[in-house]
Ligand binder design. Structure first.
Ligand SMILES: *Cc1c(COP(=O)(O)O)cnc(C)c1O
Length: 359
């Protein structure tokens, strides 16, 4: 099967080989060194300040989102949250669950964030701002400079879910002044699922210090204390952390985050050019695209039916959408271990479906 979803995605040989090995014991200086190297490389690729920290939580990306809220926000906060699709909706639900006062800015699917969306909230005492840098469900890449400027003017603590965009689009945590950046192992890092990675600026460290986290497993005070020596409070997904290490070192050796982002951008452009060239009956639904994914509305057939057909008859996974977008949108991912020739195969399958009048 060829995998064009947005996670889990395809892994390179080095990462796959580690998956086939025995999982080593981890309370050792060797594993601690690996974890400190992971922290150093994430800081480098996320462009954090020197005094920022990184922790690796054994949970999926959503666990990282909840951890950020539980450790950094309280009932004294007043949060603004962007809801541009199902991941924005998740932040909204989490804020409700944890009883953090908030206002939701709901965007139409596919629409970019504009200054007029934020203008009504200027100078209104907001203390925190949460959003997806890239709302993966609709493939909308938000304007982080707009958000960063708003946060700096209004003194908002910024929590950014970069789960699908980290290493696919550029991100400079220090320049943006973000407090928390969250990503996951199974998106552009192209490792198996199981680890949420959180980069924490000094502003986040201060909030964590004074916030009482009512979940022991997700308490960042414990995670930070242990990570000082490259360890975790509980048994982590040891194998995935070793795979992350191999992948981070590979990216570093190949030119760092900029080279990895350029590689992904090239694949996205290649696919989008071919779509046009062949005049396939799909419309790009996002006003503001990320390199990570191309969100498509098929004009002649149900998106879900196309997903099933491509899976069952051509041996490839494109990424289906859920909920009210099930029949109207599918996505083609550009993260993970993919090459131009893989997209040629996908385009061939679409052309074949058109010849057969399926689309
Ligand atoms: C994939 C994704 C998540 C959720 O990650 P899980 O690992 O499935 O929990 C959250 N936010 C964004 C933007 C994502 O793309």
């Amino acid at each position: 099967m060829l995998n064009f979803t947005v996670g889990p995605v395809q892994s390179c040989e080095a990462v796959l080989a580690i998956g086939a090995e025995q999982v080593p014991y981890f309370r050792t200086s060797e594993f601690s060194e690996l974890m400190l190297e992971n922290e150093r490389l994430i800081k480098k690729f996320a462009h954090t300040t020197e005094d920022s920290r990184v922790v690796f939580m054994t949970c999926s990306g959503s666990g990282g989102m909840e951890t950020a809220i539980m450790n950094c926000l309280t009932m004294e906060d007043k949060a603004l949250v962007i809801n541009g699709g199902s991941f924005g909706e998740r932040f909204v639900e989490l804020l409700g669950l944890h009883e953090i006062p908030f206002t939701e800015i709901k965007l139409e699917h596919g629409k970019a964030l504009k200054p007029e969306h934020l203008a009504p909230y200027e100078g209104k005492g907001y203390t925190a701002f949460l959003l997806q840098k890239h709302e993966t469900s609709t493939g909308v890449h938000f304007d982080m400079n707009l958000v960063s400027d708003f946060c700096k003017r209004n003194g908002c603590f910024l929590i950014v879910d970069t789960i699908s965009t980290f290493l696919a689009d550029s991100f400079d945590m220090a320049t943006l002044g973000a407090g928390v950046m969250i990503t996951g192992s199974q998106k552009a890092l192209a490792c198996p699922p199981g680890i949420a990675i959180m980069a924490l600026a000094p502003s986040a460290l201060q909030r964590i210090e004074r916030t009482r986290c009512c979940c022991q497993y997700l308490d960042l005070k414990l995670a930070l204390k242990n990570q000082e020596r490259g360890q975790t409070p509980w048994t982590p997904a040891v194998g995935v952390l070793r795979q992350i290490n191999a992948r981070l070192k590979e990216i570093d050796a190949d030119g760092g985050d900029a080279a990895e982002i350029a590689r992904t951008a090239h694949l996205a452009e290649y696919f989008r050019r071919k779509l046009k060239e062949y005049g396939l009956p799909f419309e790009i639904i996002s006003e503001s695209l990320s390199n990570a994914v191309t969100p498509l509305h098929p004009t002649t057939q149900s998106a879900h039916q196309i997903f099933l057909k491509i899976k069952d008859e051509y041996g490839m996974w494109i990424c289906p959408n859920g909920g009210d977008m099930k029949d109207s949108v599918f996505r083609v991912g550009h993260i993970g271990y993919l090459q131009e020739k893989d997209y040629d195969r996908l385009i061939d399958a679409f052309v074949d479906l058109r010849n057969k009048k399926f689309i």
